[in-house]
Write a protein that binds this ligand. Structure first.
Ligand code: PNS
Length: 164
């Protein structure tokens, strides 16, 4: 049983995240998509909203025999991974600029917990510039998000700013 954690803020989940999850499904029997509870950040969506959206959109992934679960966690990622009996952490690397910080995190996580491996995966080129931060910025400035986030996510973003 190969279980991986795919951690992140997912504020909001993008098509780039979904692309990585679909690729991860080829390698693992189960992927736990784990949303970081970070009290220091002021998020666009609450943890509960992010959970709901992730559950909805990951249900549409062709995951084969791979089981997908959505969860949230606080504290150290490696402690959470051990508690979930996972062997690996999956992270997406878009450009070389991501690599430096991801390498630091992977090596720190290895030092903290040598039994957990970090697996870096590359999304499709079409998503190589997509980030949750830019998606929020473009959205708040009135730009179109077609193809960048799943349709239900864009709808939830619109609801959020219209106050419904
Ligand atoms: O989507 P993000 O914001 O790039 O995800 C970052 C995340 C959640 C992977 C990272 O902040 C994290 O692992 N936080 C948990 C706290 C922790 O374990 N810190 C030490 C990491 S070396």
């Amino acid at each position: 049983m190969r279980r991986a954690i795919y951690p992140g803020s997912f504020d909001p989940v993008t098509n780039g995240h979904l692309d990585i999850i679909a690729r991860g499904c080829k390698l693992f029997d189960e992927i736990i998509i784990a949303i970081l509870i970070n009290p220091e950040k002021r998020p666009f969506f609450t943890i509960e909203e992010r959970r709901e959206m992730l559950s909805e959109v990951t249900g549409q992934i062709d995951s084969g025999s791979c089981r997908l679960r959505v969860d949230s966690f606080a504290g150290l990622l490696v402690q959470y991974a051990v508690a979930q009996q996972a062997q690996a952490i999956v992270r997406g690397i878009r450009a070389i600029s991501d690599y430096e910080f991801e390498l630091q995190m992977a090596l720190m996580n290895r030092r903290l917990e040598p039994s957990i491996e970090t697996v870096f995966m590359m999304p499709a080129e079409a998503y190589s510039y997509v980030s949750s931060r830019l998606v929020k910025e473009v959205f708040l400035l009135g730009g179109a998000l077609d193809g960048l986030v799943p349709v239900p996510v864009e709808a939830r973003m619109k609801e959020k700013v219209s106050g419904h």
